[in-house]
Design a protein around this ligand. Structure first.
Ligand code: PEP
Length: 252
């Protein structure tokens, strides 16, 4: 890690009641000082965004989990466009999560379009990539990562790369309790950074935060964060629990 801030993202996915979200907000608000190099972002459901924006302490940013592939509000039933999201004071978007790729038909090209829309509107993005277990077993991890990365990189307007965080999330580790070992995660992060260098140059690639996601918990975050190319985490299940505070604290 260089002087980059560590990104700790909490993806609440499709979880939470009014009561549980209120409790989680109170837990985070009373968590004490965060490490000065931590950038903390949580992504509630669309229904809970207002509670989070109004209720969370101001050093926790709020993110959407998705946005619509057209920039302007209009006749897009059921969707959220970037202008509405920004009007709500939200500046982060998680894009290309493997669940949206798998269940909502989001192709690498659609993800690229959404990344472009978000960045052109001045937002920051956590763009998710990652391979299936069968890809890893066939030694195709980087082929898949490159295929997903290419439209993301191509979508970045000039000067906006510092608002892009790449979330490497091996699909076999998401929600399964199976975490990539620190060595496995580091190896792929290093390869992703090496690929970024070929695309955007050495200096820009060094500056990109590449965060790891996949069953990160209080118990395994310390070992993962020690690795040179792991610049933070995207956390699902554990971000709904008080242990999210421990994951934030491990960036100190
Ligand atoms: C995720 O949803 O991005 C994720 C990494 O989930 P989990 O931490 O539960 O594996």
């Amino acid at each position: 890690m260089t002087g980059k801030k560590v990104v700790i993202g909490g993806n609440w996915k499709c979880n939470g009641t009014k009561e549980s979200v209120k409790e989680l907000i109170e837990t985070l608000n009373s968590a004490g000082d965060f490490p000065s190099n931590a950038e903390v972002v949580v992504a509630p459901t669309a229904l809970h965004l207002g509670m989070a924006v109004d209720g969370l302490r101001k050093d926790i940013s709020v993110s959407v989990q998705n946005l619509w592939k057209e920039p302007k509000a209009g006749a897009w039933t059921g969707e959220l466009t970037v202008d509405l999201i920004k009007d709500f004071g939200i500046n982060w978007a998680i894009l290309g999560h493997s669940e949206r790729r798998a269940y909502c038909g989001e192709t690498p090209e659609i993800v690229g379009t959404k990344v472009k829309i978000a960045l052109e509107a001045g937002m920051k993005v956590m763009a998710c990539i990652g391979e299936q277990l069968s890809d890893r077993e066939a030694d195709k991890t980087m082929d898949v990562c490159k295929e997903q990365l290419d439209p993301i990189i191509a979508a970045v307007p000039s000067g906006a790369m510092d608002r892009v965080v790449i979330a490497y999330e091996p699909v076999w580790a998401i929600g399964t309790g199976v975490t990539a070992t620190p060595e496995q995660a580091q190896e792929t992060h290093e390869q992703i950074r090496a690929y970024l260098k070929t695309k955007i140059g050495e200096e820009a690639a060094q500056g990109v935060r590449i965060i790891y996601g996949g069953s990160v918990k209080g118990a395994n975050c310390q070992e993962l964060i020690k690795k040179a190319d792991i610049d933070g985490f995207l956390v699902g299940g554990a971000s709904l629990k008080p242990e999210f505070k421990d994951i934030i604290a491990c960036s100190s």
